[in-house]
Design a protein around this ligand. Structure first.
Ligand SMILES: Cc1cc2nc3c(=O)[nH]c(=O)nc-3n(C[C@H](O)[C@H](O)[C@H](O)COP(=O)(O)OP(=O)(O)OC[C@H]3O[C@@H](n4cnc5c(N)ncnc54)[C@H](O)[C@@H]3O)c2cc1C
Length: 373
């Protein structure tokens, strides 16, 4: 269901007038847009009578998209995020990161990217877009605000949510609805390796990795073989690390970016497609999850044929490769596990050429002061 007929979003002929014509009363104190906006920003969530109807925890692209939609429906919505500015969840990631999906797949609701936008958005540009979008869509967004707890108060029929704003103010919020948009890839999963405390070099999890230039001339070991591991290996290599070794414990699905973009699912999103982004979203959302893998298996089979040489080359250097549990490839890996794959934007070539070393079929047993085994 997209809308209740007669109660659709205030778009086109139903848009706001913006400038009220006539009806002025001498001394009536009408507010300008700016005054009304400031009032809204300073009141929402601040008093018992100005509580948000919906509270969104997490202001990444998911929280911001939902916030924009709710705003259009006049649902009083507050978004809170522990980072200071909208877009920071992208800005905080490593320096070299660019989106691996083409721009056609990344549009936000209502304001598509302009048609000169780069095919693969650099992460800081994405951050700025999200910040600009939040401003233009008039979202109420509290940055530097961390959610600490939430419980449903059955007696009051509301949620009671505690947030800490600007590291100091503890504020209780009482929304009717609570949305957790805290991300699917943002929570670091940090393994503990025996002897880690004895290691004399720098250790960091991929979420703390920032810039390959800090590692120039160093011997580097990257543990893992999915997206971040590939990106980081390539960044270290490009930035002049003395040696880069990827440690691969189990197999990973790799999909060449060019091949992915010419596969049927992506072609639906392509800017040359006759089907709009919204309709394509609807097509995907309306295929029952139970059978979604079937078409993905067919697509993955044809990708395996097209890129047979590429997969042979990868396996020849010892890279352990698979096409997902049932051969359904990247789509189902993303939906089922949100991991287990790499969309190749160049690191595979470096592995094939031996520029990045590979130890596969092993996991880290121990870390010593000057070595890992
Ligand atoms: C290195 C990397 C590369 C990626 N590349 C791509 C890509 O190319 N294409 C793609 O589509 N996806 C990519 N992803 C996946 C990416 O995470 C998501 O597409 C996108 O960030 C999801 O948006 P989101 O709003 O769901 O989550 P996020 O952007 O992670 O936003 C979640 C927000 O919740 C906030 N939050 C969490 N807990 C709290 C709390 N307790 N209180 C307040 N705020 C909180 C966080 O600060 C964060 O801002 C990548 C992820 C990583 C880590």
């Amino acid at each position: 269901m997209l809308e209740l007929k007669g109660h659709g979003e205030p778009a086109g002929p139903r848009r706001d007038l913006g400038a009220p014509h006539g009806g002025a009363v001498r001394g009536g104190g009408r507010k300008t847009w700016l005054e009304a906006r400031h009032e809204e920003l300073s009141r929402l969530g601040r008093t018992p009578s100005t509580q948000p109807y919906c509270l969104v925890i997490g202001g990444g692209q998911a929280g911001i998209s939902l916030g924009a939609w709710l705003r259009r429906l006049s649902v009083l919505t507050l978004i809170v995020d522990k980072n200071p500015r909208p877009g920071d969840s992208w800005r905080n990631r490593y320096r070299s990161l660019c989106l691996h999906d083409p721009v056609w797949c990344d549009h936000m609701p209502y304001i598509p990217f302009p048609d000169h936008w780069p095919l693969f958005t650099p992460k800081d540009k994405m951050g700025d877009w999200l910040e600009a979008y939040s401003l233009v869509m008039e979202l109420v967004y509290w940055g530097s605000t961390e959610c600490k707890s939430a419980r449903f108060d059955a007696a009051r029929d509301t949620w009671e949510v505690t947030v800490i704003k600007d590291g100091a103010d503890e504020i209780s919020l009482y929304p009717k609805h609570l949305v957790l948009a805290t991300g699917m890839s943002g929570m670091p999963n940090v393994p503990v390796f025996p002897g880690a405390q004895n290691f004399g070099g720098v250790q960091c999890h991929s979420s703390q990795y920032k810039d390959g230039r800090d590692w120039a001339g160093k011997l580097c070991v990257v543990v893992g073989s999915n997206t971040s591991a590939h990106d980081i290996c390539a960044d270290l290599w490009e930035s002049g690390a003395a040696q880069v070794t990827m440690v691969q414990r189990s197999s990973t699905h790799v999909l060449r970016s060019d091949t992915m973009m010419s596969s049927p699912g992506f072609l639906l999103y392509h800017e040359g497609s006759k089907i709009s982004t919204e309709d394509t979203d609807l097509i995907f959302a309306s295929v029952p999850y139970k059978i979604l893998h079937r078409s993905a298996i067919d697509i993955t089979k044809s990708i395996a044929e097209v890129d047979a040489k590429f997969y042979d080359d990868l396996e020849r250097v010892g890279f352990m490769h698979d096409f997902g549990d049932d051969g359904s490839g990247v789509l189902m890996l993303c939906l089922r596990r949100a991991s287990g794959y790499y969309i190749d934007v160049g690191a595979s070539e470096l592995l094939i050429k031996g520029e990045i070393d590979l130890k596969s079929g092993v996991s880290l047993k121990e870390m010593k002061e000057r070595s890992v085994c």
